[in-house]
Design a protein around this ligand. Structure first.
Ligand SMILES: Cc1ncc(C[n+]2csc(CCOP(=O)(O)OP(=O)(O)O)c2C)c(N)n1
Ligand code: SF4
Ligand SMILES: [Mg+2]
Length: 352
C-alpha cells in the first residue's frame, strides 16, 4: 500500500465514544447532511488549535444540538430554551478565566431567546456565541423560524411565509450591529467547501477573541437541515448557498478586534457564607422550632414555566437520586431525541 498522510482526524476535544444506543454507536444523532455536525467539527478544531479544551465551557441550547455535551469533552451546561446567553453570562462572570461558548439554533436564539441575546450583546459580555441558522425549527419537526425566508412553506406557514402575516426574516447580525458593545459579528455559510473553510476561520477567530479577553463575539452560520426542509443533502447545501445566502448575505458586520481593549473581569462573586451578611440576615432571624428540635426540611418543589426538556429533567431529578433507577423518559419522536441513549451519567452531570 502506498504511503498516505492523515490530514484530518477526530479533534481531541471530542469524546472518543459518543453515548448512543448500542446499535447506533457508529453515527451521531444528527441527520446525514446536517450542518450541526459540521459546525461541531469546526468548533472542536478551533478549541484544539487554541489549546483551551481544559478551560472551555459549552452552553448547549434546546434544539437539535441539545446533545452537544455528548460530543464535546469540555465543561458542559445545558440551558433552557433560548437562555444560553444568560447562562453563559453567569458562568463567565463567575469564572472569568474560562472560555464560555453559547451554541444556539435560530428558534432558540431568534424567537424565544431574543431578549437574552440582545441584552447579552448589549452588555458586551465576553462570551462567544455560535448561532446555527437553518431557517426552521428542526427538532420539533418544521415550524417556521424567525429566520425562515419569505415564501417558504413550513408546517406553521403552509401557504409560504408572508411578510404581512409572519413578518420578515430576522437578520440577527444586523440587529446586533446596531448595538455599541459587540466586538465581532459575522455571518458565514456551509453551502460548499469554500464556504466551510471560510466558516472555520471565522469560528476560530470568535473563540480566539475570548482567549484574548475581548468582548462579545457572535458567528451566525447559515446551515443545512435536509430532513426538515425535505431535501437531500446536496439540495440542502444548494438551498443554503443560493437561497439562504441571498436572503441574509454572508459577510462581516462588526470587527473591532484590532482596537478593542481586554474587558476587565467582574468582581469575584461572594462566598456562600457571606450571603446572609450581604442580605442583612442573621441566624437569629430564623424562628426556632417550637420543641427545640430540628424541623424536617420542607422538600416540596414547585416546577413552573418549563418546556419539554424541563419535564424530562424533572423525571431525572425525582427518580435518580432516590433509587438510582433509569427514569421514565417520554421522548417526543423529534429528530434529536430519536435513537439517543435514554440515560447516561454525563446527562445528569450537566444538571448537577
Ligand atoms: C420552553 C420551551 N419551549 C418550547 C420547547 C419546544 N422546542 C424544542 S426545540 C424547539 C425549536 C428548536 O429550533 P432551533 O432553535 O431552530 O434548533 P434546530 O433544531 O433547528 O437546530 C422548540 C420550540 C421547549 N423545549 N422548551
Ligand atoms: S432535523 Fe435538521 S437540524 Fe435536526 S438533526 Fe436533522 S438535519 Fe440536523
Ligand atoms: Mg433551526
Amino acid at each position: 500500500m502506498g504511503s498516505f498522510t492523515i490530514t484530518h482526524e477526530r479533534a481531541d476535544c471530542f469524546y472518543g465514544r459518543f453515548e448512543r444506543k448500542a446499535e447506533l454507536q457508529h453515527q451521531t444523532h444528527y441527520c446525514p447532511g446536517c450542518g450541526h455536525g459540521i459546525v461541531h467539527k469546526l468548533l472542536a478544531r478551533a478549541i484544539d488549535e487554541l489549546g483551551v479544551q481544559n478551560r472551555t465551557i459549552l452552553i448547549s441550547p434546546v434544539g437539535c444540538s441539545v446533545f452537544g455535551y455528548y460530543y464535546f469533552d469540555v465543561g458542559n451546561v445545558q440551558a433552557a430554551h433560548g437562555r444560553a446567553p444568560a447562562v453563559a453570562t453567569g458562568v463567565k462572570r463567575g469564572l472569568p478565566d474560562r472560555i464560555v461558548i453559547a451554541y444556539q439554533g435560530d428558534g432558540d436564539l431568534g424567537a424565544i431567546g431574543t431578549a437574552e441575546i440582545v441584552h447579552a450583546a448589549n452588555r458586551g459580555e465576553a462570551i462567544t456565541v455560535i448561532f446555527v441558522n437553518n431557517g426552521i425549527y428542526g427538532m420539533t419537526g418544521g415550524q417556521m423560524a424567525p429566520t425562515t425566508p419569505l415564501g417558504k412553506k413550513t408546517i406553521t406557514s403552509p401557504f409560504g411565509r408572508d411578510a404581512l402575516n409572519e413578518g420578515y426574516p430576522l437578520h440577527i447580525c444586523e440587529l446586533l450591529a446596531s448595538l455599541e458593545a459587540p466586538v465581532f459579528l459575522e455571518r458565514v455559510g456551509l453551502g460548499n467547501n469554500k464556504q466551510i473553510m471560510g466558516a472555520a476561520k471565522v469560528l476560530r477567530k470568535a473563540v480566539e477573541n475570548q482567549v484574548k479577553g475581548l468582548g462579545f463575539s457572535l458567528v451566525e452560520v447559515l446551515s443545512p437541515c435536509p430532513t426538515i426542509w425535505k431535501m437531500d443533502p446536496v439540495e440542502a447545501q444548494r438551498f443554503v448557498r443560493e437561497e439562504m445566502a441571498a436572503t441574509f448575505g454572508i459577510g462581516n458586520y462588526r470587527d473591532r478586534t484590532a482596537t478593542a481593549l481586554p474587558r476587565p473581569p467582574h468582581a469575584a462573586a461572594p462566598q456562600v457564607a457571606e450571603l446572609p451578611g450581604i442580605l442583612g440576615l442573621s441566624g437569629e432571624d430564623r424562628p426556632a422550632p417550637a420543641d427545640g428540635a430540628m424541623s424536617a426540611l420542607d422538600s416540596r418543589i414547585k416546577v413552573a414555566g418549563f418546556g419539554g426538556q424541563g419535564v424530562l429533567m424533572l423525571g431525572d431529578l425525582r427518580m435518580a437520586p432516590k433509587c438510582g433507577r433509569e427514569p421514565p423518559i417520554v421522548t417526543c419522536g423529534c429528530p434529536a431525541s430519536r435513537s439517543i441513549r435514554r440515560w447516561s451519567p454525563s446527562r445528569m452531570c450537566c444538571w448537577r
